[in-house]
Design a protein around this ligand. Structure first.
Ligand code: SF4
Length: 91
């Protein structure tokens, strides 16, 4: 039984190094692609968040209890993009 296992190991041994190399490169490529996908997602998300106009709106209170009396559930969310009640703040 032991000799059979040793024989099997000797047969598989030339394949182990290329298999480990391929596996390592697959893991590295998966890691790099997930990091790139995460960076692209963060950039897309930040561009979307910068489209929210509330911080420049005259109805924005900057109070966490009631951010906007006109649209309280939309204020500072993606729903506020293209808000029809938006009026630029005049200081
Ligand atoms: S009116 Fe619209 S744009 Fe202005 S603060 Fe409220 S939700 Fe934001």
């Amino acid at each position: 039984m032991l000799s059979l296992i040793l024989r099997l190991i000797h047969m598989v041994q030339p394949l182990i190094i290329p298999l480990c190399l391929i596996t390592a490169w697959v893991f590295i490529l998966m890691l790099v692609s997930s990091v790139i996908a995460m960076i692209i997602d963060v950039i897309k998300r930040s561009k979307k968040m910068h489209q929210i106009p509330c911080s420049h709106c005259q109805y924005f209170t900057n109070d966490y209890r009631l951010k906007c009396p006109v649209n309280p559930f939309q204020a500072n969310t993606e729903l506020a993009i293209n808000c029809k009640d938006y009026h630029i703040r005049e200081n």
